[in-house]
Design a protein around this ligand. Structure first.
Ligand SMILES: Cc1cc2nc3c(=O)[nH]c(=O)nc-3n(C[C@H](O)[C@H](O)[C@H](O)COP(=O)(O)O)c2cc1C
Length: 201
């Protein structure tokens, strides 16, 4: 069965972006694991995204709607960001501000699996993954695999290619996201269970 895995690059750096490099290795791992996986990369720098101002998602410009449509069509995700000022990038924040989260009406990430990745200049800010990215996807009701990958300058060679154990870990994350998403697709009621925050009176 066809399966769409969308990678979202929170870096606006022109190629070669280290953040794009880690995404590409993880995507290759996903394709090697399951031949039915189709992969695509949403490069935020290729879209003239508007700033989120609270409008309905349908009322933004065509690039913004096109980026949101790509997200809504996917079965699972890899989201990667460079660390900027001890956090994820403003570009990524703006994109996810635009993503709707109306429970049961339009909540494209609910019950889906999102693999988390970040790159930084040093190892100081690796907890950005746990303290900032993971809660973002908890808000959307998505599942995030326990494995989250942080890579810093020492994990790349002089051509900015991933090296050493990082390659193995990225490959495993790609596989893990697909395996978890495939499992959840078999038990849709479980995947869509509402969390405490969403429980009404
Ligand atoms: C504006 C800016 C802020 C940054 N802030 C941090 C930071 O707080 N901590 C860190 O470890 N690296 C920081 N960096 C370094 C980048 O996170 C790192 O070089 C990253 O791998 C770049 O990824 P890219 O090649 O995909 O753009 C910063 C870089 C820029 C341009």
């Amino acid at each position: 069965m066809a399966f769409k895995l969308l990678a979202i690059n929170g870096s606006l750096t022109p190629p070669p972006s280290r953040t794009r490099v880690v995404l590409d290795v993880a995507l290759a791992g996903a394709r090697a694991y399951d031949q039915h996986v189709e992969t695509e990369v949403l490069e935020l720098r290729d879209f003239a995204l508007e700033f989120c101002d609270g409008r309905s998602p349908d009322d933004y410009n065509s690039d913004t709607r096109r980026a949101l449509a790509l997200l809504e069509e996917a079965d699972a995700y890899l989201v990667a960001t460079p660390v900027y000022r001890a956090s994820y990038t403003g570009a990524l924040k703006n994109f996810f501000d635009l993503v709707p989260n109306e429970p049961g009406v339009r909540d494209p990430l609910r019950g889906k699996v999102v693999g988390l990745l970040a790159t930084g200049g040093s190892d100081h800010h690796y907890l950005v993954l746990e303290h900032q990215l993971r809660p973002l996807f908890g808000f959307f009701g998505a599942y995030t695999p326990a494995r989250a990958i942080y890579a810093s300058a020492k994990d790349f060679d002089e051509r900015k290619q991933a090296r050493g154990k990082l390659v193995e870990e990225l490959t495993q994350l790609g596989q893990e996201v697909v395996a978890q998403a495939r499992f959840l697709q078999q038990v849709p009621g479980l995947a869509l269970a509402e969390n405490l925050r969403m429980r009404g009176d």
